[in-house]
Design a protein around this ligand. Structure first.
Ligand code: FEC
Length: 293
């Protein structure tokens, strides 16, 4: 066996007692205000993680489906929780991999997100296998079609969303925002939807400006413009997790209700077979063609 896949995701705590260590990992050693930790524990409690973390469970379903589709071993590596990306790399090497395709379950490149996954995987492999890392797949036709199928025919105003990041990435020439707008345009065009806009979500209170508009402000602006129905299509995420089930399903819905707006969101791709086929195509191409990076 010479090829294997390391499939990477953000990671999520399994128990409330894990949340402090998980948050510390996300912060990379920078201090955490106690009230922010309390707030995060409460969000995870209301998400019900003691009964099962949606992100970890869905990632495993996606991994198993991708492995079956590819006929290659696929190992899960989490950026901020276990199994770690380094564990996945060791498992791939132990299985005899000489070439490792690295695929992140996040379609858009940013130095503040995907690069961190790549750094962890490169460090772990330490040259013991050739790495074919997929930097971004925001314009993958199969992925675009999965999302287009979920908004096609809607009468609502479509709001595409993605995780915000500190606004300083723009000055650094980061492609994140451009790739997000490109995905949104491709999905809207494929679905023949012309009534759409884009906003960010899930900003963290880190004390610096983040990319805007945030969805909560954006809903207010749409309401002022006379929009009555909104369909949220999160292009920057592919599965159900805290940022979907809390930031959209609770916070954005509450804001919409306050405004008298009707708000729905699409079903996430999760382990939809069409989505898994798209992922398999991306891996096939990565393994066939050495990456230039
Ligand atoms: O369900 C779950 O348990 C995990 C949900 C989750 C996903 C996710 C995806 C992304 N994040 C990105 C960037 C940042 C930056 C910071 C940051 C902070 C958090 C915190 C939690 C969290 N993120 Fe996350 N993110 C998820 C969860 N994220 C929890 C910490 C508390 C909070 O802010 O609510 C700020 C770090 C700092 O403080 O310095 C930046 C990006 C993505 C999408 C790409 C990807 O999935 O990797 C970008 C899912």
């Amino acid at each position: 066996m010479s090829d294997a896949v390391v499939l990477m995701a953000y990671g999520s705590p399994e128990r409330l007692a894990d949340v402090p260590a998980y948050y510390a990992d996300i912060r990379g050693g920078r201090p955490i205000r106690p009230e922010l930790l309390d707030d995060l524990v409460e969000r995870y409690r209301r998400l019900g993680i003691e009964d099962g973390s949606p992100l970890n469970a869905i990632t495993e379903e996606t991994r198993a489906a991708l492995q079956a589709k590819l006929g290659l071993p696929v190992f899960t590596g989490m950026k901020h929780w276990t199994p770690r990306i380094a564990d996945a790399a060791e498992a791939a090497l132990a299985a005899g991999a000489r070439t490792v395709a690295g695929l992140v379950l996040a379609p858009h490149y940013s130095a503040l997100s995907i690069k961190g996954y790549r750094d962890q995987l490169e460090r772990a492999l330490a040259g013991r296998a050739e790495l074919r890392f997929v930097e971004s797949w925001h314009d993958e036709p199969g992925f675009v079609e999965v999302l287009a199928g979920r908004i096609r025919g809607t009468q609502a105003h479509v709001v595409f969303t993605a995780h915000s990041l500190p606004a300083r990435i723009l000055a650094a020439g980061d492609p994140y925002k451009d790739q997000l707008l490109e995905t949104s345009r491709l999905v809207a065009d494929a679905a023949d939807v012309t009534d759409w806009s884009f906003s960010f979500q899930s900003e963290s209170p880190t004390g610096e400006p983040w990319l805007a508009p945030d969805i909560l402000d954006h809903l207010e602006a749409l309401h002022r413009d006379g929009v009555e129905r909104v369909l949220v299509c999160p292009v920057g995420f592919v599965s159900d997790h805290l940022e979907i089930r809390w930031d959209l399903d609770v916070e954005a819905r509450e804001k919409a209700a306050e405004l008298g707006l009707q708000l729905e969101r699409i079903e996430m791709p999760n382990d939809d077979p069409a989505f898994v086929r798209a992922l398999a195509g991306i891996v096939h191409r990565a393994l066939a063609v050495p990456s230039r990076a």
